[in-house]
Design a protein around this ligand. Structure first.
Ligand SMILES: Nc1nc2c(ncn2[C@@H]2O[C@H](COP(=O)(O)OP(=O)(O)OP(=O)(O)O)[C@@H](O)[C@H]2O)c(=O)[nH]1
Ligand SMILES: [Mg+2]
Length: 362
């Protein structure tokens, strides 16, 4: 998972820490007479006590991201190791190339670069902190920033919403919509939340049979019509069924459609009108990289998507789509698909991705 991107980020961090390594500055401060130094330390201690946040009030660090805060790495005063700025522009250009090669969308590349530059330009690293952790932290912060986009908590949404909650899954052909529906049903069933699936893909041969198999395996009600029937009518019937039988969630499977096919995109609008969903989930294939971002934008323009599920992350070495979609489309990733089994669905959060890009976890 994300192997190539991880390697590229590591290469950047290694090189940047070698080339930005500068001189220790402010050593003369050591010469402050001992007595004065003692006074200074006392003052600092008092200040620190004053600033201490209350226990109930979360610190900036825990709210924003799970990586060291700036204040732990960078020195504001005279003491510290100044980063050599001369090489920074070249290094940032190399970072840009590495991200573009990983299929990261251009605005996302720009944002990461700007954040890293802001973090490192003209900064001094605190004594005892190595440059590598400063560079890595600025990169982690920049990545966390682009991933943090109106985060969605699917479980809370479903649990707290008036029932039945209607979820509609959209995306181009073969991205994994039907599989994601089966995985989400499995997940909801574990929480004792009852489901109904609407076989509103009446277009592709075999689509209804595919869902029939999943519904038998999962023991979930499937509402289906004949092949070629009106998908909006199927979705409508599924909602009626859920209301009558007090089912909690309706999952509407729709046919895969190219975002450039105007007729099929319009058909999706009709489903939305006849069977209004509370959440429209775009399902994108992580392996399609930048193309997935373009698809998500088109689907968003046509029906308005609320969040995305990125599938096939298990086979995705580049990581570009996962890194880009939230910032480029402005919609959060709710889940990632990491295999073909019912359990291969992970709730997405920026920390999960950052850990996979920088940690031992793969
Ligand atoms: N490796 C891997 N394969 C996946 C994942 N999600 C789905 N697939 C596979 O992708 C293929 C297509 O999945 P479907 O769920 O049929 O895709 P779809 O979007 O419903 O396809 P259409 O209805 O034809 O548009 C299947 O072989 C799935 O097993 C995933 O997270 N990882
Ligand atoms: Mg399908």
């Amino acid at each position: 998972m994300f192997r190539k991107l991880r390697e590229k980020l590591k290469t950047f961090t290694d090189k940047a820490s070698r080339e930005l390594e500068g001189m220790e500055e402010g050593l003369e401060e050591k010469k402050i007479p001992k007595k004065m130094e003692k006074e200074k330390r006392k003052e600092a201690k008092k200040e620190k006590k004053k600033k201490k946040p209350s226990k109930r009030e979360p610190t900036k660090k825990t709210v924003k991201k799970d990586v060291p805060g700036e204040e732990e790495l960078f020195a504001e005063g005279r003491i510290g190791k100044k980063l050599r700025e001369g090489r920074l522009e070249d290094l940032l250009w190399e970072l840009e190339m590495a991200l573009l090669e990983s299929d990261v969308a251009l605005p996302v590349v720009e944002k990461i670069k700007t954040n890293v530059k802001k973090d490192l330009l003209g900064r001094k690293v605190k004594r005892g902190i190595n440059i590598e952790s400063a560079v890595e932290t600025s990169l982690k912060n920049a990545i966390t920033d682009v991933l943090t986009q109106n985060p969605v908590d699917f479980d809370i949404f479903v649990k707290s919403h008036e029932k039945p909650v209607v979820l509609m899954f959209v995306g181009v052909n073969g991205t994994g919509k039907t599989t994601v529906i089966a995985k989400i049903v499995h997940r909801l069933q574990r929480e004792k939340i009852s489901c109904v699936i609407a076989a509103a893909d009446t277009f592709r041969a075999g689509a209804i049979e595919q869902l029939q198999k999943h519904s038998e395996r999962l023991g979930v009600k499937l509402i289906k019509h004949q092949a070629g029937a009106d998908p909006a009518a199927v979705a409508f019937d599924a909602i009626e069924h859920a209301k009558a039988r007090h089912k909690d969630v309706v999952l509407i499977d729709t046919a895969g459609r190219m975002h450039s096919n105007i007729n099929l995109m319009d058909e999706m609008k009709k489903i939305k009108r006849v069977a209004p969903p509370h959440m429209i989930i775009f399902v994108g294939d992580a392996l399609s990289g930048n193309d997935t971002i373009i698809q998500a934008k088109r689907f968003d323009e046509t029906v308005g998507i609320d969040c995305a599920v990125l599938t096939k992350i298990d086979a995705d070495a580049k990581g570009g789509a996962a890194l880009s979609i939230a910032h480029a489309v402005g919609k959060p990733i709710a889940f990632v698909g990491v295999g073909q089994g019912y359990d291969d669905l992970i709730t997405f959060n920026p920390r999960w991705m950052v850990n996979r890009l920088f940690g031992e976890d793969t």
